[in-house]
Write a protein that binds this ligand. Sequence first.
Ligand code: ATP
Length: 239
Amino acid sequence: MPDDALLEIDDLCVAYDGSNALNGVSLRIGKGELICVVGANGAGKTSLIRSIAGIVPSSRGSVRINGVEISRRPPWDICEMGIAQVAEGRQIFSALSVEDNLLIGGSLKRARHDLANTLDSVYQLFGRLRERRDQLAGTLSGGEQQMLAIGRAIMSKPEIMMFDEPSIGLSPALTDVMFGVVKSLNEQGITVLLVEQNVAKSLAMSSRGYVLENGSVVLHGSSRDLLENPDVQRAYLGL
Ligand code: ATP
């Protein structure tokens, strides 16, 4: 991992009604890295992202970006500090147009000064969204809604993008397109935390990975080592 950690998570715990979803998770992401967190259904992947984003409160532990503690801050503050999430299930505003959804993403202080350029870069990335800029977001196809969710996050000019299962519900061809987009955003300098059930694909495109089981990190290391790990191969790769 690069020396300069951008995001540092220590001993993070999340509980719902007294039952633990995260049991002391620690991880680091260096500036410019693309790392993945993999695990089965219910392992705690979404809880991790939602807790970093300030949407679910942690019961213990710390989350720091550039050394600044954010674990007690509200979600909009965390977005303003440069962390954007692309949620599982998209969570777009169905009754608003495509463009209005994007403009909401760009309404943060950190993004407002460059709104027109960022909107243009989103439309260059996803020509479909430009074509459908006036269409109600709720009438987009599943894949187009995923593009919109990614576009809206880009509009906030984030330093870190967290993707929660971007491949879910997409065809194999569209899944490849989405993974390509994630990779290219990283190559443009955005640090990426990718949460996925598609273990083979996400390890193949990341530099490091963490394996989450029952709310705990049970393995972490370079993605290459994890791909060759017999436990990972047996449990997640069907080998
Ligand atoms: P999946 O891949 O199925 O989305 P996940 O790894 O993202 O799973 P989480 O959604 O974080 O896992 O769930 C972790 C645990 O916390 C699960 O046992 C889940 O039932 C529980 N959980 C998640 N959200 C809530 C909630 N709002 N209230 C109560 N329990 C919850």
